[in-house]
Design a binder for this molecule. Structure first.
Ligand code: MRU
Length: 353
């Protein structure tokens, strides 16, 4: 069956007056609404507030954000253009700290600009930076499809699978990473039963993954995060597949808070735990996961989830948005270039470098 993929974001118009239109993911699943980002501040806010989220999608949005940011330097000197470019990149880099795809995409835009500035005018560089952002966007589509193909080979028909957070089309250009594996299984006619962790505190699993899977008619069952152990104990899960925000040289993997607990549970039940991620999510400059910056978010996300107060005023709150799963708990990392198994530094460098 041919399913129309979710279009997470799109660029409308040219580099000078165009804008980034993205699905406002904070409104899902009740409303499918696009937000038109016409300033770099709007792109920053959309990333910060998780209107656009998921490691690859953040990177793509930031690349377009650079193009939007350059719209306010039209007609100024070359020096003003260069200064403005650096400022826009530094500003966007400050939106969220954990997903390395953000920094990867901004570095790529910076390098491309530097290359082009040697021979081209600021106006020409601006135009070609939009081409670069579109290339990042298009390439991510391909990466996701390839991840799906490699991952689907690991999942037998009839399996129960579990995922955490949202590593779907909404988190990427389209199709996703972990969900790409499930979508590809579906395309191949394999029957799967997907258990979806709701993913406290912001419910990316309940709001986004459950939405994407049901849109495509995939058998999806929503569970609270604290039910995963029982579901595994009942023998309902044959594999876990999750996404990643940053994978270090030794294979330690940062992903949405709660992923580590799922990996420990999978290990205790002898269930293979897979991470699905493009090579753009690896950070080989960091030796281990202890070095990954973990985003800390507002206490109100826990005390006032979705507007209603559920904890006493003034209670201390700890709200890390990500955790790190050690490489030893990961059976394989599914990349666009194939599956890294066993997960160790040598295999990672061979595939990623
Ligand atoms: O805080 P979020 O919603 O941006 O966190 C997203 C995740 O943790 C995803 O699993 C990860 O970015 C991979 S998306 C393909």
């Amino acid at each position: 069956m041919n399913h129309k993929p979710v279009e997470t974001m799109r660029w409308i118009g040219d580099e000078q007056t165009g804008s980034l239109s993205l699905i406002d993911q904070t409104r899902l699943p009740l409303e499918l609404i696009e937000l038109n980002c016409t300033t770099v501040e709007m792109v920053w806010e959309a990333i910060k507030q998780l209107r656009v989220r998921g490691a690859p999608a953040i990177g793509i949005a930031a690349a377009y954000g650079v193009v939007v940011g350059l719209q306010t330097v039209k007609g100024q000197s070359e020096a003003a253009f260069d200064a403005h470019l650096t400022k826009a990149i530094e500003y966007l880099a400050g939106s969220r700290p954990t997903a390395v795809n953000l920094f990867w995409a901004l570095d790529r835009m910076q390098r491309r600009a530097k290359e082009l500035r040697a021979t081209k005018s600021p106006a020409e560089v601006h135009r070609l930076l939009l081409t670069e952002a579109k290339a990042i966007h298009d390439e991510d589509r391909e990466l996701c499809r390839a991840i799906g193909r490699h991952g689907a080979a690991l999942i037998p028909s009839g399996s129960g699978v579990l995922t955490h957070c949202n590593a779907g089309g909404l988190a990427t250009a389209e199709y996703g990473t972990a969900l790409s594996v499930f979508f590809t299984c579906q395309d191949q006619g394999k029957a799967l039963k997907v258990f979806v962790d709701e993913t406290r505190p912001l419910l990316q699993g309940a709001r986004l993954t459950a939405w994407e899977l049901t849109q495509r008619g995939i058998d999806a069952t929503l569970i609270c995060d604290n039910m995963a152990g029982q579901v595994m104990r009942e023998g309902r899960v044959q594999a876990v597949v999750v996404g990643a925000d940053r994978i270090t040289a030794n294979g330690d993997t940062a992903n949405k808070i709660g992923t580590y607990s799922v990996a420990v549970l999978a290990h205790a039940h002898g269930i293979p735990f897979y991470v699905a991620a493009p090579t753009t999510t690896f950070d080989l400059t960091l030796a281990t996961g202890d070095l990954i910056p973990i985003e800390q978010r507002a206490a109100t996300e826990i005390t006032h989830g979705f507007g209603r107060q559920t904890a006493p005023e003034g209670v201390a709150v700890y709200n890390p948005a990500f955790d790190v799963t050690p490489a030893r708990l990961i059976r394989g990392i599914i990349t666009e270039r194939g599956v890294i198994d066993p997960v160790n530094e040598e295999n990672i460098r061979r595939v990623v470098s």
